[in-house]
Design a protein around this ligand. Sequence first.
Ligand code: HEM
Length: 398
Amino acid sequence: MGAGEFLDLTDPATFVRHEPRDYWQEIRSQHPIYWHDSPGDLPGFWVVTRFSDIQTAYRNAKFLSSARGTVLDVLLHGNDSASGKMLAVTDRPRHQQLRNLMLRAFSPKVLGPVVERVEQRTRSLVASVVDVGTFDFAAEVAEHIPMTTICDLLSIPDGDRAELLRWNKLALSADSEEVDDLDSLIARNDIVSYFMDLAKHRRENPGDDVITMIASTQVDGELLSDEEVALNCYSLILGGDESSRMSAIGGVKALAENPGQWAALRAGVASLDDAVEEVLRWVTPAMHFARTALIDLEIAGQKIRAGDIVTLWNTSANDDETVFPDPRTFDLARKSSKHLTFGHGPHFCVGAFLGRAELRALLSSLAESVRSIELDGNPSRIYSNFLFGYSSLPVNFR
Ligand code: HEM
């Protein structure tokens, strides 16, 4: 990239053709915040790239709103259809009330048994691929952890899980270059209708489970509608499936490419907790989140007008050399837990504990039963300007 040349951040192809981290390094030093024009009639937007500016922006939820949407592509084309109903796309005071409710789904009482199952499942999945020759880690291992975990968290009946997984795959198909928007839209509607039916059923037949809790607890003096219950259940899949999968796949890829770090983890030179944080920093599955300015304000001395879209590039923040020295070195012993992989401030990821537990279970199962991890083919990159990661990873575990 020549100096002064900007990449088109609205185009998913940009992130496959270029190494975004090279771009961010140059941009952080030369244009830490800049205005990005969009193609056609789409609105332009601000691009914020430095760690401290992004952290400050995340904290400023009062004037940098999530309600219209938090993903660039959605904001360029209108408003998020779940606006004001789904946790991630609400503002205070409703956000705080909904969040208090949703956090009950992540209490130690609920999470204890869920995490235990994650550990068992991960151990047996890893054991099943040791010494089998080349296999696709994405399909054989990573795919089976997060969705099953979310189904456990929500007590989805066993008989419904295959259908839910099938819809979820279709719903995500828009991430490939062979976009079939209609199929994925139908699948998303199927998931929301499924959760609406389940919400109705659990209201009539209450149990000791998370959906019953969400459906039967009053928020600001009223129960959530069936649609709100459904959207917030779905938000756990939207928030927790791909992001966790991408961390696991990206983590194994980094271990295969850095055998010295793999040896350090196995030898206990790097602790499991530090390794989890470094993998999260290194991969940064959610490349950006976005906000809309509610008033005229300033970020890093730059005037932002009310109504402007502001994009916060976590990928860039997590490589900011003023916070993470030598950021392009994968160093499992690094103290990297300040990373912004889970966001920051009032919308900080409610699933962070679970996301970390899934990765910890993976790294500990690998350290326990795998001596060497080798790449054996080319991984395929996800086609997206929001999600970073790989949809396949051919490897060999010995
Ligand atoms: C919020 C990333 C795992 C559910 C967020 C945010 C980020 C993030 C960056 C902040 C969004 C914003 O500020 O607008 C990740 C990553 C994960 C992960 C990288 C895995 C490594 C999970 C899991 C769940 C989950 C396992 C649920 C089971 C959510 C929800 C929100 C959220 C519901 C919205 C919180 C709010 O707006 O108050 N996540 N997440 N995430 N995440 Fe996660």
